[in-house]
Every structure is written in structure tokens, then in C-alpha cells.
Write a protein that binds this ligand. Structure first.
Ligand SMILES: C[S@@+](CC[C@H](N)C(=O)[O-])C[C@H]1O[C@@H](n2cnc3c(N)ncnc32)[C@H](O)[C@@H]1O
Length: 279
């Protein structure tokens, strides 16, 4: 078995951090070295490679191969939860959704597009779907769509599956859990599966935010939370300006509570911490 304690050389750490930065914008600084080492050790343990260098020679030789995808998947952080940073969902319910609904030509002709960019295993887009379902009657939701995307195909698969162990839904009020998730009997812990009422609104895609997007305009709001924290300022700046371009006038960008656009050149109006609006 490959021992986790074998040290990753400076050269190998540099190869990893350069590749991850070039491919997905994630800036793995020196303080992430131990984390990188332990994640690589786990990957190598399941393979025939005897050292980091051989593994990296193989994996970095072709970014189209499944092992490269697996490597990137394992080096990104997927931590998430339902209704994480709940202030944003309150803002949606109290301010943004009522305003979007009142701007529609009629409630039945409501068209709404939102994007959970860096959705991880789906807790964020399902929380958005619940918030929209609680605010908009089902008869007016036919043209309400949430794009849920992540660079990790493994995360996108999990999000699409929409099945969560009871523990992950602990922060969700039980009335909401029953209304929007069905209990799935099985062995071990009880699981909850998102109901079709939520699924109808969701479109899942594997998207690398550093590359081309299948989205060009007309987005009403974007949640890109706890994603840019891993990017350096120039990468954040490029991304935020691309978000500006795909939002509709008045569209909003929500970022994570430990993130900020200060020091970034952008065109957004500041609304309140972590909430920005296109002019
Ligand atoms: C910490 S999670 C945040 C999940 C969710 N937005 C939240 O706030 O709970 C960060 C996610 O960003 C994704 N990510 C990192 N770099 C990305 C990139 N270049 N393109 C798309 N997604 C990326 C990761 O795969 C991960 O699932």
C-alpha cells in the first residue's frame, strides 16, 4: 500500500499546482501542500504506481483521459450544505423573486433563469429550487430554470441523482423536507430523494468556469459561492466580468460570505456584502 507519509517533492507539488491552476483556476498555495499530498497518496493507493512522479507523468500527459478528470475531482473541495449562508435565500424570497415576478408580463408568462455555478453535490441548486417553489405557484413555474454546474463530473452526477442521507438534510425544516423530498427505504441510513417538483426546474451540466460556457445572456441571478475563494485575483476578475456579461440588466451575483469583490475591477453595483447587481 502507498504510504501517505512519503513526502511530495517541490517539483511534483509545482507540477500539480501549475496544472490545477491552468485547468480550473484553483490556486493551490504552499499551505495546501499536505492536503495535496494526502489526496494524491489516496489516488496512488488504488493504482499500480510506486511514486508520485510516475503517477504524475501518467496523469498529466493527457487532460482528456479519465484519470486526469479523476485527479482534478480529487483536488477540488466540494464542501457544501442545504441552505448554506441562509441570508441569500432570505434575500431571494423577500426581495429578488417578488421583484422578478412583478416584472413579468403576467404570472403565467414568468421567465426566470438562474445559475448555481460550482454546485458541488447539489445542495445549493436544490435549496434554490425549494426557495423558488415556495415563492412561485407551480402553474407559473413552467419557464423557471436553474442551471446547476460543476467542473467535477462526479459532483454533477451526485447532484443529478439528488439523493441525500438524512444527516445532510438536518438543517432543512421537516415540513419542507417532507414536501420536497421522498424518503427512500434501504439498508442503513434513511435517504431522501428530491421530488420531481424540484427536478423539473433543474438542468445539470459539467462546466469548467475557466472554459467556454453554454450560456450567453439572459440570466436573472447567479450563485457562485465558495468557488472563487480558490482562485487568484486576476482569475476572479475575469470570471466576475464574464458573469456580468451573461446577466440581464438588474441581474444579481451572490458570492460566498468569506469572499469579496474588493480589489477586483468590475462593473457591478454593490448591494450588500456578497450581493452585487448588474446596472
Ligand atoms: C466548496 S464547493 C462550493 C459549493 C456551493 N457553491 C456552496 O457554496 O456550498 C466548490 C465547488 O466549486 C467547484 N469548482 C472549482 N473550480 C471550478 C471550476 N474551474 N469550474 C467549475 N467548478 C469549479 C468544485 O468542484 C466544488 O464542487
Amino acid at each position: 500500500m502507498f504510504p501517505e507519509k512519503i513526502a511530495l517533492s517541490d517539483d511534483d507539488f509545482t507540477r500539480v499546482s501549475r496544472t490545477v491552476y491552468d485547468h480550473c483556476g484553483i490556486n493551490l498555495k504552499a499551505d495546501k501542500r499536505e492536503l495535496v499530498q494526502s489526496r494524491l497518496a489516496k489516488l496512488i493507493r488504488g493504482s499500480t504506481f510506486k511514486c508520485y512522479s510516475d503517477y504524475l507523468d501518467h496523469v498529466l500527459s493527457d487532460s482528456a483521459q479519465p484519470d486526469f478528470v479523476h485527479f482534478i475531482d480529487n483536488l477540488s473541495t466540494n464542501l457544501t450544505s442545504f441552505f448554506r449562508e441562509s441570508k441569500h435565500f432570505d434575500y431571494l424570497q423577500q426581495v429578488l423573486i417578488p421583484s422578478l415576478v412583478s416584472n413579468a408580463p403576467s404570472p403565467e408568462r414568468l421567465r426566470l433563469r438562474c445559475w448555481s455555478a460550482g454546485c458541488s453535490s447539489g445542495e445549493e441548486p436544490y435549496s434554490l429550487a425549494v426557495t423558488l417553489a415556495e415563492s412561485i405557484p407551480s402553474a407559473c413555474r413552467a419557464n423557471v430554470k436553474i442551471l446547476a454546474s460543476d467542473i467535477s463530473s462526479r459532483m454533477v452526477r451526485a447532484a443529478k441523482e439528488g439523493c441525500y442521507p438524512e444527516k445532510r438534510l438536518e438543517g432543512v425544516a421537516s415540513a419542507i423536507r417532507t414536501k420536497y423530498f421522498e424518503s427512500k427505504a434501504g439498508t442503513g441510513e434513511r435517504n431522501f430523494l428530491a421530488r420531481s417538483e424540484l427536478r423539473k426546474m433543474l438542468v445539470f451540466r459539467q462546466i469548467n468556469l475557466m472554459q467556454e460556457w453554454p450560456v450567453s445572456s439572459g440570466i436573472d441571478f447567479i450563485f457562485c459561492r465558495n468557488v472563487m475563494i480558490y482562485f487568484d485575483k486576476p482569475t476572479q476578475e475575469r470570471l466576475v466580468n464574464r458573469y456580468y456579461d451573461v446577466l440581464s440588466p438588474g441581474g444579481m451575483l451572490f458570492i460566498g460570505h468569506s469572499e469579496s469583490l474588493s480589489g477586483t475591477k468590475h462593473r457591478f453595483n454593490y448591494i450588500e456584502p456578497t450581493i452585487y447587481q448588474k446596472k
